[in-house]
Ligand binder design. Structure first.
Ligand code: ADP
Length: 664
């Protein structure tokens, strides 16, 4: 209904009374009047008179009116009301706007939309929200990457709700801080500054701590320190939701904008639903990535196992010993190459068979030993193979026994042959010794008889011998003595060898022994004009007593001195000296004879060993030094030699000093 008459002056007083917002302006769009309700629609509020209409009214209203006027070629038709519908994008309110021409001026009336229109708008809004939720569900199901998921969700929501920023913080279990993982609407540098928040710090920290959503409106007017960060970005309204999965905090998700001052209950419901869906999607993503990691770990372990198995298989197959893997019932589970070769069976003939079918005598309760096995392909007469085996239950595979074996048939045969040969050699050696002993005994009696008669001949004063006879008898005497000494030495050696030689240890005066020994070989030394010199004693030197068998000490000295004379050139010197070393006295016999090469220093003490030198061709038996060594050792001493060819020799031996000597 047109309430204004074109020809009338506009009654501003009446307009003032009307509840709908009214603005009056002239043909140049200069504002002339605004009623009380209309003042809210102009920027300058009560003081808009004279100002340009287009600059004062909200942009959505301006755009709607200008579009409408363009359709009338910017002319106001007389007697006609111009009507158009506009929507405020901020609060999504619908308005019906009417223009009346009144004289030369125009009245602008802004009416709330009718209830049908509101219902229509609500249905539309619900539909739009449903569409957004449907889109969100799609992203949540198909988008695995959290950032991509949130970015696409945010782009959907920001179109609808005029959003400008979102922040997604995730709880770090270790530090119990929240960390900015995904965001939009701020630059990287700012994101770095906001990366970590303590629980309770700023809006997101508070939400994380309390697990309760926080919706803050009119932020620019707020003095709450918690909102200081979002306030800096010019944000007016901020909604932060905890991301919870079965009550467990995952993080927070918050949205904000400067383009509006509040969210409607419906919009907040939408943001909450989306946040809950995001929490579920994140949990799923975390589970998937955890599963992937576990899978990867499993795969790595599996590959490691495969490599190990290959390695052990190589060792198993390459082992020289035969190896059978058996279960507790004795069923063969696996066999290596050597097992097949030793038992002369194929892999299939061995595996899945009870062990008794191949190794029938083996008792599995003995952990190692030897066993004869029948050979399948052997002749009935062949004894089979001798196996040395061990059974191992303690190798980390419960229920599996390792039967490890090697073929010792050849080794056993060789041992048998060797022990037979040894027995034969011992028997031969025994016979030789018995023969030597028998011979020496048999020779000793006639030799002693001969010696007796020769001595009678030499000493018979009633029938004195002439010079020629005397020389011959002396030679016979010498030969007899040599033979008697040889037989005695052989008998001594045999007694030492079979352990029947006994010694009579007593206190022996070393000087006396030396004197007697020198006397004993004096005639031989004189024959070669060799002088035997005993080291001069200083005045303080006392007599030395040793714990020894007097007879054997003399024998040792005679043997060494005899050699020194024998292997020295005529007119040489043999020197004897001694030195007390600890509890022992060390006696050294030094000659300047043919010497001994180092390679023989050990061998000369072995029975019957002689250094053959055709140039010197010196007679001997090779038993003297053996007796020296054995008697010295029996008396608790040591013996040795220092010598070089053509540089003489020094034979030394030690004897234990008698305690009394040590005291003096
Ligand atoms: P033999 O009766 O042959 O002398 P021994 O057992 O007394 O037997 O000595 C073994 C070997 O040691 C001798 O054959 C000789 O070659 C060597 N030998 C021993 N003493 C001397 C020495 N003083 N100088 C050089 N060679 C020696």
């Amino acid at each position: 209904m047109n309430i204004f008459n074109n020809n009338l002056t506009i009654p501003y007083g009446l307009l003032e009374e009307l509840p709908d917002p009214l603005l009056v302006f002239d043909q140049d769009f200069r504002i002339l009047f605004t009623n009380e309700a209309g003042k809210k629609w102009v920027k300058s509020l009560g003081d808009a008179a004279g100002l340009n209409l287009w600059e004062e009214i909200p942009s959505f209203l301006r755009e709607g009116l200008q579009t409408k006027l363009r359709s009338f070629n910017n002319q106001f038709p007389e007697q006609q009301v111009i009507e158009c519908d506009v929507v405020d994008p901020l609060n999504r309110e619908n308005y019906k706007v009417k223009l009346y021409l009144s004289g030369r001026d125009i009245i602008l009336q802004i009416c709330e939309a009718s209830s049908e229109q509101v219902i229509e708008r609500k249905i539309l809004e619900n539909h739009e929200q449903l569409l957004i939720l449907q889109e969100a569900a799609h992203h949540i199901i198909y988008q695995e990457e959290p950032k991509a998921l949130l970015d696409s969700l945010f782009s959907e929501l920001s179109d609808y709700l005029n959003l400008e920023v979102y922040f997604n913080y995730i709880l770090d279990q270790e530090t119990q801080h929240i960390r900015l993982m995904n965001y939009s609407g701020i630059d990287e540098e700012t994101a770095e500054e906001l990366e970590w928040l303590k629980l309770g710090e700023a809006v997101c920290g508070k939400v994380a701590e309390s697990k309760q959503k926080l919706i803050i409106e009119n932020i620019q007017q707020s003095s709450d320190p918690a909102v200081s960060i979002v306030k800096k970005f010019g944000i007016e309204v901020y909604a932060c939701h905890p991301l919870l999965f079965y009550g467990r905090l995952i993080g927070t998700l918050s949205f904000g904008t400067s383009k509006r001052t509040s969210f409607s209950a419906k919009e907040l419901e939408l943001l909450e639903t989306v946040s809950n869906q995001v929490a579920a999607a994140f949990e799923r993503t975390f589970l998937i990535s955890e599963l992937r990691n576990k899978n990867q770990e499993l795969e790595q372990n599996y590959n490691k196992l495969l490599r190990n198995e290959k390695k052990y298989k190589n060792i198993f197959d390459g082992a020289m010993d035969g190896i059978l893997l058996m279960d507790q019932t004795g069923l063969v589970l696996d066999a290596n190459y050597s097992a097949c070769t030793i038992l002369d069976l194929t892999y299939n003939e061995l595996v899945s068979q009870p062990y008794q079918s191949v190794i029938d005598i083996l008792r599995l309760d003995t952990t190692n030993g030897e066993v004869w096995v029948r050979q399948k392909k052997g002749t009935p007469q062949s004894p089979g193979k001798l196996l040395e085996y061990s059974i191992n239950n303690d190798h980390g595979f419960p229920g599996v026994m390792l039967f490890i074996f090697r073929d010792t048939t050849t080794k056993r045969m060789m041992i048998n042959t060797l022990s037979e040969a040894k027995e034969l050699a011992e028997k031969t050696s025994r016979s030789k010794s018995e023969f030597l002993a028998m011979m020496s005994h048999q020779l000793r009696t006639p030799l002693n008889t001969m010696l007796g008669y020769i001595q009678i001949l030499a000493e018979d004063d009633t029938n004195p011998l002439n010079n020629i006879q005397n020389a011959r008898v002396t030679k016979m005497l010498d030969s007899c003595n040599r033979l008697i000494r040889l037989t005695n030495e052989i008998l001594d050696h045999l007694n030492l060898e079979n352990g029947t030689q006994t010694l009579k240890l007593e206190c022996v005066n070393l000087d006396n022994s030396l004197e007697e020994a020198i006397q004993g070989i004096q005639s031989v030394a004189s024959e070669k004009s060799i002088q035997i010199k005993v080291e001069e004693k200083s005045g303080s030197d006392r007599q030395l007593f040793v714990e020894a068998d007097a007879f054997r000490v003399k024998q040792i000295l005679i043997n060494i001195l005899n050699n020194a004379v024998k292997y020295s050139p005529a007119e040489g010197n043999v020197e004897i000296c001694h030195k007390v070393v600890g509890d022992f006295v060390r006696i050294t016999v030094k000659d300047y004879g043919i010497g001994i090469s180092e390679e023989y220093h050990k061998a000369i003490f072995e029975p019957f060993f002689r250094i053959y030198d055709p140039y010197f061709n010196i007679e001997g038996t090779g038993i003297g030094l053996t007796l020296v060594k054995n008697f010295v050792i029996l008396m608790g001493g040591k013996v040795g030699v220092r010598s070089q060819p053509h540089q003489g020799s020094q034979f030394w031996f030690t004897l234990r000093l008698k305690k009394e000597t040590l005291k003096h």
